[in-house]
Design a protein around this ligand. Structure first.
Ligand code: PLP
Length: 303
């Protein structure tokens, strides 16, 4: 209700002033709406917790609304099909997203997650909830200063996942332990992010973002279907609007050496937006901070 939403907004605004920014969080449960952020949501036998068996979407919250919600819900439906999960009706997911975002201070950018797990091991409908949290300092720093990236193998050839549906290529599953381990490895090695490669030498994607690069006046990205990488919503939107920056747009396979020799390369993702790749395995790229700013402005992200 309006009164409930206003009350939640007041609570959130109070948290904004009382709690450190990292603790500001909205939680909403499908069918219930916004609940206190420390409300228990999962049963002990929820398969999302036991096996990472579920799917999610993350999107940018700006001026009080989730950016590209339709595209994210469409990708979520694709992920659900890949895992044979029965999602609630799209209208219910949309309402959940709007309930969560309505309780977030409209003047603050945020990160909205919609999570859907397979539910209880004993058998149950899916567990569905949403959270909104703040955009952290490392993300804002990467937008502003760019990132040092290391290549790391994903351990299979570029075309493997197209013929191995159990590897869940293209699905955004909750099984991100490997992705996060890879980012910790990068940090421990003095870098900011990772570019995953195939065993036959192609660049794929990053653990939480999509590779785009500029070469010959065209903005390129890696094709999603045949490689099994996640089809990035941010990269798709950027390539669809590349003409506004005077570039063509296309997809192809690429090697890390070609990325180093390109006219600039970036990692794009829903919450970070765009981060310029300064170095790849220590080799300097020609990524220009001015072009990064133009891309960021086109995507509508703050500094
Ligand atoms: N690739 C992976 C593995 C991701 O987790 C993400 C982030 O969600 C992306 C790419 C970028 O996708 P999007 O731009 O839709 O956030």
């Amino acid at each position: 209700s309006y009164v409930g939403a206003a009350l939640c907004l007041r609570v959130v605004l109070e948290q904004t002033t009382l709690a450190p920014p990292g603790e500001l969080r909205v939680v909403a449960v499908l069918g219930t709406g916004v609940v206190a952020p420390d409300t228990p949501i999962l049963r002990a036998d929820d398969l999302g917790a036991l096996r990472g068996d579920g799917i999610f979407e993350t999107m940018h919250v700006r001026a009080g609304s989730p950016w590209l919600l339709d595209k994210h819900l469409a990708r979520m439906a694709g992920s659900a099909a890949a895992l044979q999960l029965v999602l609630p009706p799209e209208a219910d997911l949309r309402e959940l997203a709007h309930q969560a975002v309505a309780a977030w201070p409209a003047q603050l950018e945020g990160a909205l997650r919609i999570i859907c797990t397979r539910g209880a091991e004993a058998g149950s409908p899916v567990t569905v909830f949403a959270t909104v949290g703040p955009v952290g300092a490392p993300i804002r720093r990467a937008r502003r200063d760019g990132i040092a990236v290391l290549t790391a193998t994903q351990g299979f050839p570029v075309d493997l996942r197209a013929s191995a549906p159990w590897l869940l290529g293209g699905a955004k599953t909750l099984s991100y332990a490997v992705n996060m381990a890879c980012l910790r490895w990068a940090t421990a090695s003095g870098a900011d992010d990772v570019l995953w490669t195939s065993t036959d030498g192609y660049a794929l994607e990053a653990p939480t973002s999509t590779l785009v690069w500029l070469a010959g006046g065209t903005l390129w990205t890696v094709p999603a279907g045949r490689t099994g990488i996640l089809a990035g919503t941010t990269a798709r939107w950027l390539l669809d609007h590349a003409g506004e920056l005077g570039w063509g747009a296309d997809e192809r396979l690429v090697t890390p050496d070609e990325i180093v020799a390109s006219d600039g390369a970036w990692l794009t993702s829903s919450v970070r937006g765009v981060a310029g790749i300064r170095t790849l395995d220590g080799a300097a790229l020609r990524t220009s901070p001015e072009i990064t700013t133009k891309i960021r402005n086109l995507l509508g992200f703050p500094d």
